[in-house]
Design a protein around this ligand. Sequence first.
Ligand SMILES: [Fe+2]
Length: 190
Amino acid sequence: MSESEWITGRAGMLYRDLTPDSLKSQVIASHIRLPFDGEVPDYVHYHKVEFQVIYCLKGRIKVVYEDQGGAFWLEPGDLVVQPPEIRHRVLECEANSEVIEITMPAEHETWVEHEIKLPTDSVNPEKIFGTQRFVRKIGPKSGRADADFSKILLAITENMPVEQSINRVIHRIVPAIQKYLTTISSSISS
Ligand SMILES: [Fe+2]
């Protein structure tokens, strides 16, 4: 996978596209860097997706999700599956925190939520959004979490009731992303 440019995206976050050409019609994967130190200029929003997962590589990112209680920090090795249309917001972060985001389908809409405030008064971790629940997996929290990406992501998605077509794409894209992460972490440490 070639190292593409960093592009400024939603709420001032920096995105590097990691999607292999052969999967571009089905999925979009990005390495995202949050350049802020402290408050993030995000807003409550949601994505019209079939599947979306965020994996924290580095730093600390405070997030809040509809019906999942108070805000919490994503730290290296932590993962969240954001089910379809769950309202959420990034609140703050440590400078230059990094995540990997995988979303299906590649073309999807993001909407601003004007009514619902987060955190919501109701807490219901069992709530089904589309066909999925929100999933939060706490990782090993050690330094950079590049090396654990593939293992943690596949362990979660194998236990989720997602469609076969989604699972097939995950199994094709995860090794490609792991290869990219191994390359960049060896260039960081050398
Ligand atoms: Fe989002």
